[in-house]
Design a protein around this ligand. Structure first.
Ligand SMILES: [Fe+2]
Ligand SMILES: [Zn+2]
Length: 340
């Protein structure tokens, strides 16, 4: 019943320059040059032409962001009208797809009187890291899902890209996985877990998400620079296929850059890693094979309406399609109980 919004900062901030591995802000050319010319020089952007080229790329990225909502809706329409799924039945979540250990974990989290300590004892996170690994999917489901993803990749359908940092991947709402798969997965299975483990990060009232597949293969994207997610809580599930390398590393929370200690996490197919979106992380290069991961960025409007995690300000709302970036206008919530 909610209308979701994005924050205006999406058009100017956190623009990732892959070539230089930095995020920049672009309000206008003058501000950009005075703020970033030296940084870029230090990273090897030495000539006037190179700088102009960077600015040109930034402007293209801003244009892309401004037309993103419309372009996504247009792709969604084409996909739903023309795409022939290979495995139609997997678009609807069934418990058969989920690992028994996962169902057990969810049941524990839903049980009366459960404590975070009891759940943590089961998941055994590295000391203080708040990184939680658990089995999510059955192998048989991962196989079908990967086949479906590849079938879509090989189709003529238009494809968006997950975010500015991952060029290769698929937005699952465009493919039609939101309604009957990701939404019930979030509401009925993930929320009970996040309520126990991350109540301080909106885990007990997640109300939207962005779900996508990222792919890493030799020749395409290999690694992922150090960053944080536009999410309160992220679930990152390895689907396969065969790969070596691609280890994730986690440092500090974004607002607490204190140490240079990192926690390492090696992906294991069918297993997910649950972490706070603002926990800084990156991925080492894949060394061989292909890696497909399902990422669910889960959001709580209650938390992000206070402060946009991308600009650290009160969000300046702009209209969006679908879940937007998960912000709501407090007065836009229709309370169905009192309205009826
Ligand atoms: Fe991430
Ligand atoms: Zn913002």
């Amino acid at each position: 019943m909610k209308t979701f919004y994005s924050c205006r900062c999406f058009y100017t901030k956190n623009i990732f320059l892959k070539q230089f591995g930095i995020h920049i802000q672009y309000d206008n050319k003058k501000q950009f040059i005075s703020q970033f010319e030296q940084v870029l020089r230090d990273k090897g952007c030495n000539t006037e032409e190179q700088l102009e080229d960077v600015i040109q790329k930034i402007q293209e990225e801003i244009d892309r962001r401004q037309s993103l909502g419309r372009a996504s809706l247009a792709r969604q329409r084409i996909i739903s009208a023309t795409y022939q799924p290979r495995h139609e039945d997997i678009y609807k979540l069934k418990e058969d797809y989920l690992a028994p250990e996962f169902l057990d974990l969810v049941a524990q989290c839903k049980s009366e009187g459960v404590t975070a300590d009891a759940v943590m004892k089961r998941l055994q996170p590295q000391d203080g890291s708040r990184l939680y690994k658990f089995h999510v999917f059955q192998q048989s489901f991962c196989n079908l899902f990967l086949e479906e993803i590849e079938h879509f990749e090989n189709s003529d359908c238009p494809k968006g890209r997950p975010n500015t940092m991952n060029k290769y991947g698929i937005l699952l709402n465009e493919l039609g996985f939101d309604e009957d798969f990701i939404i019930p997965l979030r509401k009925h299975y993930l929320s009970p877990i996040t309520s126990i483990l991350f109540p301080d990060w909106g885990g007990n009232d997640l109300d939207s998400h962005k779900a996508f597949i990222v792919t890493y293969k030799l020749g395409d994207d290999l690694d992922l620079s150090y960053h944080y997610d536009n999410a309160e809580i992220t679930l990152n599930i390895a689907l396969g296929k065969e790969f070596t390398g691609g280890t994730l590393y986690f440092g500090d929370m974004r607002t607490e850059r204190r140490t240079d200690r990192y926690s390492r996490y090696d992906h294991q197919p069918m297993f997910g890693l649950l972490h706070r979106g603002q926990h800084l992380h990156g991925a080492m290069p894949i060394e061989d094979g292909e890696r497909y991961n399902l990422i669910v960025w889960m959001r709580s409007s209650r938390v992000r309406n206070q402060r946009c995690p991308m600009c650290d300000d009160e969000p300046d709302l702009v209209e969006a399609v679908g879940f937007g970036d998960g912000f709501t206008r407090e007065d836009s919530v229709v309370d169905v109980c009192t309205a009826s």
